[in-house]
Design a protein around this ligand. Sequence first.
Ligand SMILES: Nc1nc2c(ncn2[C@@H]2O[C@@H]3COP(=O)(O)O[C@H]4[C@@H](O)[C@H](n5cnc6c(=O)[nH]c(N)nc65)O[C@@H]4COP(=O)(O)O[C@H]3[C@H]2O)c(=O)[nH]1
Length: 753
Amino acid sequence: MTKGVIADGELPISLSEVELASHAAILHGRPESLQRDIDMVERQYWLENVINQIPDYIYAKDLEGRFLFANQAVVANNGLSHLADLVGRTDFDFLPRHVAETAADVERRVTETGLPHFGSEELAFRGGGERWLMFTRVPLRDASGTIVGVVGASRDITAQKSAERRMRSQSYLLEMIARGTPLADFLDELARMITGFSEDVHAALLTIRPNSGQLRMVAAPTLNEEYQRRVNGVSILPVTANLAMIEAALKLAFDQAGISELDHQCHCLPISDADGQIEGVLALYSSEASRSQPGFSDFVSIAVHMAGIAISRHRAEARIRFLADHDPLTGMANRALLDRKLTLAMQKADLRGGEVALAFLDLDNFKLVNDSLGHSVGDQLLKIVADRIYELIGDHGSLARIGGDEFVIILESMDIKSCLGLLSAIREAVARPIALHEIELRITCSIGVATYPSHGKSAGDLLASADMAMYRAKELGRDGIALFTAEMTATVRRKLSRTDELRQAILRDEFVLHYQPQVDVQTGRIIAAEALVRWNHPCEGLVFPDDFIALAEETGLIVPIGEWVLRTACSQARTWQEQGLGSIRISVNVSARQFQERRLIETVAAALNETGLDSSWLELEITESLIMKDLAGSIARMHELEKLGVKLAVDDFGTGYSSLSALKRFPLSRLKIDRSFIADIPHDADDMAITSAIISLAQKMGLEVVAEGVETEEQARFLVESGCKEAQGYLYSRPIEQERFSRMLESNGRDHP
Ligand SMILES: Nc1nc2c(ncn2[C@@H]2O[C@@H]3COP(=O)(O)O[C@H]4[C@@H](O)[C@H](n5cnc6c(=O)[nH]c(N)nc65)O[C@@H]4COP(=O)(O)O[C@H]3[C@H]2O)c(=O)[nH]1
């Protein structure tokens, strides 16, 4: 090192002789000249030692760029062992020419201008891998202040640089995600970044198809098509079982695709979503020759994390897009997509001159499955049915689910005969037994068909026509197919206007109750009254239940009508009691829809409460077929009513299919023999046999019996002889208005003491 040279800037590279001498004299008190020489040597040795311990690179060069001094870090970095081997040589002896020239230019500027050069970042060319240095160069001056060279110091900033690069990449990737860059483009960029971080490393990003567990090749910019073809579709179920299995499969594809002569190992990293669910895989291929830049493994961790975010986001967006057009339960098209597809099919038919068939399919009695077996069984059943229909439709058209148990099928380019053939096959497929939770279910469907352009010019009209035809199929006994006819429109219009009238009738209080007596067959004394509703229509006069109860049932209007009947009948029975006309049982009909209403129990309790009628005087008539539709539910409901103290009678007994064993489980008090058995007595021996059998059956089971529709004395006599105690029918009285019934009751006590 040159004696007495102080560099500009803050770092003194060497102390002046004067300074060293005076310090040394103070420290040791030796004769000044000797002491000065000894201390100089010591001091120089000490200083060099300190400089050599510093990991930064420190050197001094003369004006020709020749090394005057360098610390050990510089010596070693140039591949030398001793400083002496470096002194006198230049960068041109060690570095590529263009690099040495760049350094020489900077140093020349410093020596010529005398201005220091701070903080330039330069790539290092020795030491393996990519390394970055931060350089500072200051002029080297002699004691007179003349510039005699340059002093350089540099620091390894590789770690800092790679952290910066990671941060930049990360924010760029996040920006891509935020901008909604397509997943393939994002993963492609990510794979490029990974491979840009290393030499001879290949990266492939693959997603895993959620249902099939198959790999889907998304990005592998440095790998050939053969590799991508081999990897695409590889099944890796179960994903979590073994990552090594995936690695083995991907390594094989790599080797077979002939990408490199070297033996590349495959290392897979799972890409997971926020819940830890594996969504994809990053496959890294590296060999012995592969070299990565510092921070590579940190970047790979970030890349995997970013890929997880991007794939999750992509899947969430895809799901949202899917749900906008599809039914989440079955995965079939929803109403919105159906409308679009139908409109398109109609436009195509216009162009090509063909027809479009639209089938409206509704499951029969699906509500019963839902109510009795629960919604989860109902859902599974819907999925199975949807799959069966979908499979059969194949390429002939498309399927949509537009409501609880309502499906719509569009069939294109098929004549109506083939359409009906296909729909028949669908009907049969739906009816095939379905095994669910150890139960074997059977469900049928009703299908209505309408065609374009004959039965509707718009998607909405065509759907309405198919819907009407479906209702017709239901009316015809369900489990069938009906083709739309123009006459259906008139029927539906009538129905709609009748429904509207019924709704108005409820608001305007147009219903009245008539009462028909039930009598003791032996004495003729009135023991009960059946309340029968009539509609006092403003134009049509008195309308009988057969004309409106079914429609009220279908539209649900039976619920408010039934509530009114119940309250009015209870109130009337209570009034008769208060008027001293005697306590008689009041019988009220309850239809299927009313019986299924959850509110029924509350409604009955409220009617009794409001009117003050004792529950033992109220009897509800339910039909046999209603009970058999949902046996378990009906029994539970009956027990709840029994708890209220209300009596229960089975109406129309003998017309349904109730088994004796089932009957025993019902908390019943009375059977009403259907009037169809009574009508032909005494001419029909079979009916007589059935009637007497029902009577003796009821007696054995401790039930009362009422015979309905008794019109003649012979019928009454036969019933007495058969042991039936109560009867109802025109023989005794037709259903009559309340005033007349009250008068009948007045004489009831007198005539029958
Ligand atoms: N041929 C003949 N018929 C007789 C004789 N005796 C009575 N009838 C008729 O038989 C029906 C008896 O009522 P139902 O079987 O419960 O059958 C009822 C019942 O199922 C339903 N219904 C009536 N009122 C109501 C109600 O308030 N709520 C509900 N849910 N249904 C009702 O309407 C059906 C018909 O009622 P209606 O037209 O009043 O017809 C009544 C009555 O007029 C007879 O000797 N011969």
